[in-house]
Design a protein. Structure first.
Length: 129
C-alpha cells in the first residue's frame, strides 16, 4: 500500500500526464480504493450525527449554525432529531460554513426519529350473553 500511495502521489504531482499515465493512475486508484473499502471500512454516519459532530468541533450551537447558513432553526432541529434529512442546498450551505467537502454528508443513513412511547389503549371486552 505504501508503494501504491507513493506512485499515486508522484503521478498527481506531475504537471501533466500522458494517456497511459492517466489510465494507470485511474486503475491504481481504483485498486487502492477497493482495498481500503475491504480492509478499512468507514462506518456510515447520519446527517444528524455529522451535523452534531461538526457543531461540537467548531464550538457553535444550533442557532449560530442557522444564522450563519440561512437554514431555518426548525430545520436544523428536525435534522438533529433525525426526523428530516438534509437537502442538497442545506449540504452546500453547511459545507461552506464548516469548511468541509460536501461529500462528508453523502454516505449517511437517516437516524430513526426518537418516538414517544405509544399509549396503550385497553380494549373493552364484551361477554356473550
Amino acid at each position: 500500500m505504501d508503494r501504491a500511495a507513493k506512485v499515486i502521489d508522484s503521478l498527481v504531482d506531475r504537471p501533466s500526464l500522458s494517456f497511459d499515465e492517466k489510465d494507470y493512475l485511474n486503475v491504481l486508484s481504483d485498486l487502492v480504493e477497493a482495498y481500503e473499502e475491504e480492509h478499512y471500512p468507514i462506518a456510515k454516519v447520519s446527517d444528524a450525527r455529522m451535523v452534531r459532530h461538526l457543531m461540537e468541533a467548531k464550538g457553535v450551537n444550533q442557532t449560530e449554525v442557522a444564522e450563519a447558513t440561512g437554514i431555518a432553526n426548525s430545520t436544523i432541529s428536525a435534522v438533529l432529531k433525525g426526523v428530516r434529512q438534509l437537502t442538497r442546498e442545506h449540504i452546500g450551505q453547511l459545507a461552506i460554513f464548516f469548511h468541509v467537502d460536501p461529500g462528508v454528508f453523502a454516505f449517511g443513513e437517516q437516524e430513526r426519529p426518537r418516538k414517544k412511547p405509544a399509549r396503550r389503549i385497553g380494549l373493552l371486552s364484551r361477554t356473550a350473553v
